[in-house]
Each structure stands twice: as structure tokens, then as C-alpha cells.
Write a protein that binds this ligand. Structure first.
Ligand code: SAM
Length: 233
């Protein structure tokens, strides 16, 4: 379980009502049960369930069982698509080790999207489920041009370009290293001007994910998996 607090032997932890219900009703844990906790900074700790009731549960922290470890420094820059798909993308990105999800607004993006806390909760739940020790950040939507203006050229940007003339991802990504980022466009794809501007940037690697047009969530999962296969992490 994720707890937003320091962890050290003997510390008390009060769980949220949802976490408490999950622990006692879903997982049917009783007093004395051992729980695994992480806070995104200090690795994984065991804790003992000492009290539980209608108002929540209390744990006592025991010891660290896994030191802090971060996955590869990989971002996902994803154009806003329908809310349900954005939620799926955030969940899959968390499972696939993305450290930061950067929502972006492009020329063909439906911008009637407001980032709600739910995306952060989805990222946290996926991090808990997948056993990682950090929770991916989900940044508020930012215009693509602004993101590129402030880009650190040491971070390669894998541009998933559906135009069809980019190199196959598996070849183009051979030898890739972190830090990196993967860019996925909206339902309407990238505009010709965006494609031209992206391909002119020295840190951009255009890649094809095959001859078929994938939905943004499928493309994100495919590209993240191919990058990990190439980088081996
Ligand atoms: N413009 C596309 C069309 O003709 O329908 C729609 C874009 S697609 C739904 C959303 C995004 O997924 C694209 O902008 C691209 O980033 C990525 N994508 C989808 N299929 C791809 C492919 N075969 N190769 C590379 N990227 C792809």
C-alpha cells in the first residue's frame, strides 16, 4: 500500500478508509497481519495491523524489506484523447515503468479535458498492483510546442509517427538508453506541420509501430514494450 509519509521502525501509519476497507474486507486481513508499505522514496517496508474499525486502520511500521529502486528514466508524452482511454493509458504506463506521464495538447486534440485527481489515483493503484516503489507523476496538460521548447536534448524523444514512412521501432530503438520519452498523438493524429517540426529536432527518433493505425492506448502499450525490449529494463 502507498502511504504519503515517512517510514521508519515503530512509526504509526493511519490508512485511508479505502485502503482500510481493501485490507480488511477484500483481503480479509485481521489484527496482527503483516502489510507491505511504500511511500515512493524509501523503498518497501513491512508493517503490522494493530487496530481496525469503521473509522479506518492503524499500522505499526516494522522494517525495510526492499531498498528504494527506480525503473528506467522513461517519460510518456501523450496527446489528450477520450477520458476513458487516458485512464487506461495512465494505468498501463504505470505498469510498464513510466516515471512521468506528460499530457499534451496538439493541433488535433479535443481540449475539453480537465485533469482530475482520478488520474493520480489510477497511477497510485497501478503502482501498488505492479509492485513498483515509486508512483508515476501525471502532469497537467501542456501544449506540445511548450513541452518541446523546454526539452532536455539529452532525453531522446521516440516519436511514434503513424505517417508510415518511419523506421520500424524495433530497429530504430536498438541501442536506446534512458533518459528517453515516447510521444503518442491524438485520435486525429499529428498535423503535417507538427510532423515536420518534430522530425527537424535532433533528439527526436521517428518510429513506426507497423502498417496498421493503432488507437492511442494500443500505440502507447506497444511503444513502451518495444522500448523496454530494446533497453532491457
Ligand atoms: N492519424 C491516424 C489516422 O489516420 O487515423 C490516427 C492517429 S492514432 C489513432 C494515435 C497515435 O498513435 C498516432 O498519432 C501515433 O502517435 C500512434 N500510432 C498509431 N498507429 C501507429 C503506427 N502504426 N506507427 C506509429 N505510431 C502510431
Amino acid at each position: 500500500l502507498f502511504v504519503p509519509q515517512d517510514l521508519a521502525p515503530g512509526y504509526g501509519v493511519i490508512l485511508t478508509l479505502d485502503q482500510s476497507r481493501y485490507l480488511t474486507s477484500v483481503m480479509r486481513q485481521a489484527i496482527g497481519a503483516q502489510v507491505l508499505l511504500f511511500n515512493g522514496r524509501d523503498g518497501e517496508w513491512t508493517a503490522t495491523l494493530t487496530e481496525t474499525g469503521k473509522r479506518g486502520s492503524l499500522l505499526k511500521v516494522d522494517e525495510q524489506v526492499r531498498p528504494m529502486a527506480l525503473g528506467p528514466d522513461l517519460d510518456l508524452v501523450i496527446a489528450l484523447v477520450k477520458r476513458g482511454r487516458v485512464e487506461t493509458i495512465v494505468e498501463k504506463a504505470a505498469e510498464l515503468g513510466v516515471r512521468r506521464v506528460r499530457l499534451t495538447i496538439t493541433r488535433r486534440t479535443n481540449v475539453d479535458f480537465v485533469k482530475l485527481g482520478r488520474l493520480d489515483a489510477i497511477a497510485m493503484e497501478a503502482a501498488e498492483q505492479t509492485g513498483r516503489l515509486d508512483v508515476p507523476a501525471v502532469d497537467d496538460p501542456q501544449k506540445l510546442a511548450e513541452i518541446l521548447d523546454g526539452w532536455d536534448p539529452a532525453r531522446k524523444l521516440v516519436f511514434c509517427d503513424e505517417a508510415g514512412d518511419a523506421r520500424p521501432a524495433f530497429q530504430a530503438l536498438a541501442g536506446s538508453q534512458a533518459p528517453a520519452a515516447i510521444l503518442i498523438g491524438p485520435e486525429g493524429g499529428f498535423s503535417p506541420e507538427e510532423r515536420e517540426a518534430l522530425r527537424a529536432l535532433p533528439f527526436v527518433i521517428p518510429v513506426s509501430l507497423g502498417p496498421r493505425i493503432l488507437r492511442a492506448d494500443t500505440a502507447a502499450i506497444s511503444a513502451l514494450t518495444l522500448w523496454q525490449a530494446a533497453v532491457g529494463d
